[in-house]
Design a protein around this ligand. Structure first.
Ligand SMILES: [Zn+2]
Ligand SMILES: [Zn+2]
Length: 445
């Protein structure tokens, strides 16, 4: 009986995981450069973490969350995002008691019951950072600079390579915006604090109520419950209407207005080109003040590479002391698509193995097994044929999977030698088996 995988839950095979690993390594490096440490939170949480933290009225919680009872009837959810979990962990472990900014990052799978399409799966993967414990507008700008730097690393140079092509690299200039040649666009907005929300909500309600017939049925419902959510409706008619809607930046209290002005001044100082997008609100209820998205012009303006913002009320909402925070998250699947488009198929061109052993005869196979065991312990990757292939066919496999072929026949064995063939140049030479074992790196480079 063949059991199929679940719709929207995709297998990622070794040809593709190589790129994933490279991207993940770059992400970890970038996050570390900005002082973040990794946190690993569970995939499963109590359902109320998300209904309270992310918001009952959000599409994510209302329509897309995987909810199930465990065997004792406790209602659980597969995490649809990680910020609520990170904040729960922050509160649960009393990290606020350290009196310092907590800089945490994560990488991992998330789950949302959506219609699967290119770059959108039901099990999808996110990377993100959370900086918890400061309201400093310079921190908002630093988080956006990290997002920008990360995309520069991934899109401007080869993810797996340490070598930078000076032609492709643009130095940050001391004054004025950095070049946006690689098509990055930072969109920012401020949606104010909780105290600003009621007046803004009423302004939106007044505006959309006057156009009620033009709204989609879902947004007509949102009009009563949470008119802010109309601004991130994906229906074209709602989007059109949203463009003329009252702007959150016109409904900020003096301290939020000052905060946003300072954020923008800091972005300016860092040379990050940004534009104000008054309809940007993000789809989750916990956001306050700064919200942002980093987009690639190549993807079209609607498609953000990553997005984030402040969530100054979430720690308190989840039982901790009042604690401001800011972060972002991005999707791995989208990144894989964008990076593959930028770099073409160059990722797969490097052979996976250092050496492929081609033994001839049973004794050579046994000696070869010992040789490979020794080489692997010296950090040289090695493999051989287990499919009973002929020497000629084994050489073909070597040619597409390794940098060197090592041929071990009866004659070589009798002399205590092995024939090493550089598969790129075709150059062959006999070397002593003992020599290869004691100093393998002088032969396999
Ligand atoms: Zn405010
Ligand atoms: Zn709508």
């Amino acid at each position: 009986m063949r059991v199929e995988g679940v719709r929207g839950m995709r297998d990622i095979l070794p040809e593709e995981t190589l790129l994933w690993q490279n991207l993940e390594a770059e992400i970890r490096t970038a996050f570390s450069l900005y002082g973040y440490g990794e946190i690993r939170v569970p995939l499963v949480e109590r359902v109320e973490l998300f209904s309270r933290g992310v918001g009952e009225e959000t599409e994510v919680v209302d329509k897309q969350m995987y909810v199930f009872p465990d065997r004792k009837g406790l209602q659980l959810a597969l995490r649809p995002e990680a910020t609520a979990s990170v904040v729960r962990a922050y509160v649960e472990h009393g990290l606020y008691a350290r009196g310092d900014l907590a800089k945490l990052y994560y990488l991992g799978p998330m789950f949302r019951y959506e219609k699967p399409q290119l770059g959108r799966q039901r099990q999808f993967h996110q990377y993100g950072v959370e900086a918890i414990g400061s309201l400093d507008p310079a921190l908002d700008a630093e988080v956006m600079d990290l997002a920008w730097h990360l995309m520069e690393r991934l899109l401007v140079r080869e993810p797996s390579s340490e070598v930078r092509d000076p032609e492709l690299r643009d130095e940050p200039t001391a004054n004025g915006p950095r070049s946006t040649d690689h098509g990055l666009l930072l969109r920012v907005n401020s949606i104010g604090c909780r105290d600003d929300r009621p007046a803004y909500r009423e302004a939106l309600r007044g505006y959309f109520a006057a156009h009620e017939e033009e709204l989609c049925p879902e947004c007509r419902r949102r009009l009563a419950t949470n008119p802010l959510r109309i601004l991130d409706c994906k229906e074209e008619r709602c989007r059109t209407l949203s463009r003329g809607a009252p702007r959150s930046v016109d409904h900020l209290c003096p301290s939020c207005r000052q905060h946003f002005a300072d954020v923008q001044a800091n972005l300016q100082a860092l040379g990050l080109a940004h534009e104000l997008d008054p309809t940007l609100v993000r789809g989750l209820d916990y956001y306050t003040r700064t919200v942002f998205e980093l987009c690639s012009r190549d993807l079209g303006a609607q498609d953000a590479l990553l997005g984030g913002g402040r969530y100054d009320g979430l720690v308190e909402l989840l039982g901790g002391p009042p604690t401001p925070a800011v972060g972002f998250a991005g999707g791995m699947e989208r990144l894989v698509i964008v990076v593959s488009a930028h770099h073409g198929a160059t990722e797969a061109s490097e052979p996976a193995l250092d050496l492929y052993l081609v033994p001839i005869g049973d004794e050579a196979r046994r000696e070869g097994a010992k040789l490979m065991a020794a080489l692997r312990r010296s950090g040289i990757s090695a493999d051989t044929d287990y499919m009973g292939r002929s020497v000629r066919k084994a050489m073909t496999v070597a040619g597409r999977s390794a940098r060197y072929a090592a041929i071990l026949g009866q004659n070589e064995l009798a002399r205590g030698e092995i024939k090493l063939k550089d598969l790129a140049s075709g150059e062959e030479k006999g070397i002593g088996l003992a020599e290869l074992v004691t100093s393998p790196h002088s032969f396999v480079r």
